[in-house]
Structures are given as structure tokens and as C-alpha cells.
Design a protein around this ligand. Sequence first.
Ligand code: GLU
Length: 516
Amino acid sequence: MADTVRVRMAPSPTGRLHVGSAHTALFNYLFARHHGGTFILRIEDTDMTRNTAESLQSIFDGLRWLGLDWDEGPEDAGVRAREGETYQDYLQRVLANGERGEAGPYFQTQRLPLYEEHARKLLESGKAYRCYCTPEELEQSREEQKARGVKAPKYSGRCRQLSAEQEAAFVAEGRKPCLRLRVSDEGVTAFDDLVRGRIEFENKEIDDLILLKSNGYPTYHFGVVVDDALMRITHVIRGEEHISNTPPQILMYEALGFPVPQFAHLPLLLGRDRKKLSKRHGATEIFAYRDKGVLPEAMFNFLALIGWSPGEGETQEIFTREELIQRFSLAHVSKASGIFDLEKLEWMNATYIRQMDLEQLLDACLPYLQQAGLLPLSPVNSLSHEPMNPLTRAYALRVLALTRERMRYLPDVVEQTNYFFTDDFPRDAKAVAKWLSDAETQERLKVLRDRLSQVGAWTITTLENVVRQYADEIGQPAARLIHPLRVACTGRTVGPGLFETMAVLGRERCLKRLSA
Ligand code: GLU
């Protein structure tokens, strides 16, 4: 298989990139990279009324955020959609950058002559026919079938055998034909799904589907088949909602004389209540998670483990991108639906925050710290990527090393670290009242401050020694001193180890806070 695998993701630019689409894209990407194949992005934009510039851009941005770089497809070169820009205008600006790959165009609206050409072939060979039925007539026929108890009404076949005179008469009436595939009522259409095994459909259940609409645009089915064939797609990996679309598509490949690709239908994403993933379960747009402060690496890992596992009895859950690429196989995609479990995502994100390279974590946290005013904006006022003062950076790295255990999402960094960066941090009023108000405590804190101001090196050990020794002298458990000290220095009762915290905060800050 090594150098021949070609797979694609084929989203419609309607609505912002859904986590389900990202999941499908990710599995295609892993499969392509595992086999050293080609991952193609094709935009199915034939529904002109629903395309939006924002949606197209969200596809580019979403794939990039997850690191799903495509080998062939649009070359958007980071061109941003403008406020209120139409799809057409944005598309033209994107197209102006050219495209990546030899099998383009990669936008269906730029491929209309190809659909026409292949439709014509089917018409000439009699495998397709013109249908002149109006929407009203089709609706009426459906109603009649339903009245007769037909559960899945089909096209009546009225236009299957029109004579040239009948066609001429329809044309004279001003009717505009669409083109339908002629499907035999005999036999079965079957395929070996790489996830689900053999799947068969009786041809009599398959409709004479429309290939080209009366406006000359291809239907989803015809567009997908012509494109997948011409782009030499070897494996169609897509959501399970497309299983019933596969038999008619296979009939189209056969009618066109194209080799039929292999199919793999991925499990649906469900919420924890096992219902189809929807807004009720939380956000369904991939960017909602980016905006919440999920790391792309964590999202990548999380999505990969929905509906796929590295193998029987394997308990490892944290995988690098390279490991996932290396271990991915369609054989381990499950038939059962996958659960989009937000608690697991939170756990995974927290795990990534704890384990990732500290410098990288700081870069990811920087915009939040700057927005909160805890770290200075760069001179040009950009939110990141400007070199930071190395001293500030070294300090911020020590702060993060200490506090990252307590972060679940990136924005948590503000709440967890504010007292390291400013003296004007929020203080827990209850804690202050409980631990700092009585005279005895204040007296003890004063003694501690004086002793602390005398220590030579401001280190974890020296700080701890001072506090423990004083606790011994007054015959009190060290906790009696540690709680008030923590509230005085950090404004709260919980946080990383007190002596570690004070060591990072530094002498000057701590003494100032103790004096206050
Ligand atoms: N545009 C279709 C979708 O987003 C593509 C389906 C397919 O992969 O065949 O669902």
C-alpha cells in the first residue's frame, strides 16, 4: 500500500468546523501519514445558498490548529475572510494563491465542466436519462406511494423510457430536465467495509438518483464519485451516516467505468448519554475548544481515541502525534459509536499541561497572562511571539513549573498565577478574616517577617527551617504558621507548596506582603 494511498476530507463550507468533521479529517490524516500516502482537502461547495466565507476559513484554520496539514488542496496562504465578505469573493481571493497538487481544482464549484462531461457519457451510453418531472409531480408521487404503505418512496420511473417526441414536448412546455442514474431492480450491490465488514443492499431499494440537477450542478452523490475517481482516491474514510450512500455511489463508479475505492465508515460521535453529539452536550465547533484553552496536541490525542484504540488490553492513553501515526490502523476502528467525553478531554488537557515542554507551555499561556495584564504586552502590542525580557521569562517559567499541576485549561493560568506577577491580586476575604485578623497571629507574623528578613539565602530549606524552628519555640504545630503565611503571601488558602511558592516569589515580595 505504501506509496499509493490517497485519502481526502471533503467538507462543505457551511457552518463552522464541527468536531465530527475534525474527527473524520484526523482519521484520514493518520491513515495517510501511516502509509506514507496523500491527504487531500476538497471543498464541496455546490450548495451555493449555504456556503459562507467564515465557514471556509474555519475549515482551513481548524485543520491547521490541529496540525492536519493537507498535501493537496486549496492554497489559502493564510488569507483571512473580511468582515461581511461573500463566499464568492473570499473564494476568488483564495484561488488567486493557486492550489497544491495535480488533481485539482479542489473546489467543486470550479469543476462543473468535469461533472457535465461525465454526465454526458452516462447519457450517451444510456446509463442515465433525462427526467422532466416537476417538484410538484415528484411530491405527488411520493404521497401516493406513502398512501399505499410504501415506507421508502422512490422515483416512479416515469421518465425512464421517454421517446424523442415526448422529450421534445416537455422541452416545449419549458420544463428543465435533471439527469438520473438508471438503476436496475435486480441484484445486490455489496462492499467490504474496512471497519464493518460486508454490507449488502438490494438494488431494488436503490433509487434512480439524480446526478445533475436541472441547474446543471451535480448532486452530492455525483460530485463525490466523479471527484473521488478523478482524484484517484483509494480509501473513502468517512462517517457512518454515509453507509447508505455507498451502494448508489458504487453503481455510479461502475456506470462510469471507474475502479471502486475501498470504504471505511467511522463510528458516530455521541455524548455521554449516548445520544448523537449536539449542542446539548457542550460545544460542537472545534474552535470552542481552542477558545476554552484546550491545547491542540491534547485535542488531537483525544479525538484519535474516539472510536479507535491501539489494541486489545492497551491502557496507554497519552500518545504523541508520531506514536499515533505509527500505530494507527483501520483494523482497530470500532464499530460501536464513540463517546465525546468532556471530562476525559479535561483530564487529557490537564495531563498535557503537566507534561509538556515548559517553554512551549509558557508560549501557550502568554496571551492569557498578557490579556490579564499580568505580563507586559510587547512594544508593538502584539499578544505573543514577541521576545520577552529574559529575566521575566525565566521567572515566568519558574512560576509555571510550580503551578501547572493546578491548571486544566490554559486560561486557568491567570487565576493560578496572578499573585506571582502583581501585588494587586484578588484576596479571599474569608481566608483573610479567618487567618489574619487576630492579634496573636499578627504578632507571630511580625516575628516571622523579622526572622525571614535575616536569612542569608532565600531558599526552600532556609525558609522552612525558620518557620519550623519558630513553631517549635512557641510549641505550636507548623500548620498554625503555614496557613496565615500562605494567606498573607498569596491571598488564599490553597496553592502549591508554601516554601516553594515563597522561594519563587522572592524575598522582597514576601516581606512586603508580610508587612502589609
Ligand atoms: N461533503 C460530505 C460531508 O461533509 C462528504 C461526504 C463524503 O465523505 O463522501 O459529509
